[in-house]
Design a protein. Structure first.
Length: 123
């Protein structure tokens, strides 16, 4: 063994036939991400509604989040005055959307202002 890493390469079955000019770590990452391509296609087929509202009252922030699809939906509420977030499940997408809108309306009546209401922002 010329290099102590040769032992580990043999133990974990490292392939040395990586394209020339491509960093081996990058190639390994690209191979690993190929496994997740099917998951993304599946998610696109299942039409879901995802919305998040950020609410502000005095110096408090609250979150209201909706995820609904053909199989039903759920609303998660994070109120800073409570110790734990609450989750409510609904049997249909329509019912979940109705209760999400109703929760936002009730929050506005109770003095909360809606800072953001839309798809979750990533990044």
């Amino acid at each position: 063994m010329k290099d102590h890493n040769d032992f580990f390469d043999e133990m974990i079955d490292v392939d040395d036939d990586v394209d020339e000019g491509v960093d081996p770590e990058v190639a390994e990452f690209l191979e690993a991400t190929e496994d997740f391509d099917d998951d993304e296609e599946y998610e696109e087929e299942d039409a879901t509604v995802v919305r998040t509202a950020v609410l502000l009252k005095n110096d408090m922030l609250a979150l209201l989040s909706l995820k609904a699809g053909e199989a039903g939906g759920q609303i998660v509420r994070f109120d800073p005055r409570e110790q734990m977030p609450s989750l409510q499940r609904y049997e249909s997408e329509t019912e979940a959307l109705k209760w999400y809108a109703r929760s936002l309306a009730t929050s506005r009546k109770n003095g909360w202002s809606v800072v953001y209401d839309g798809e979750p922002m990533i990044g």
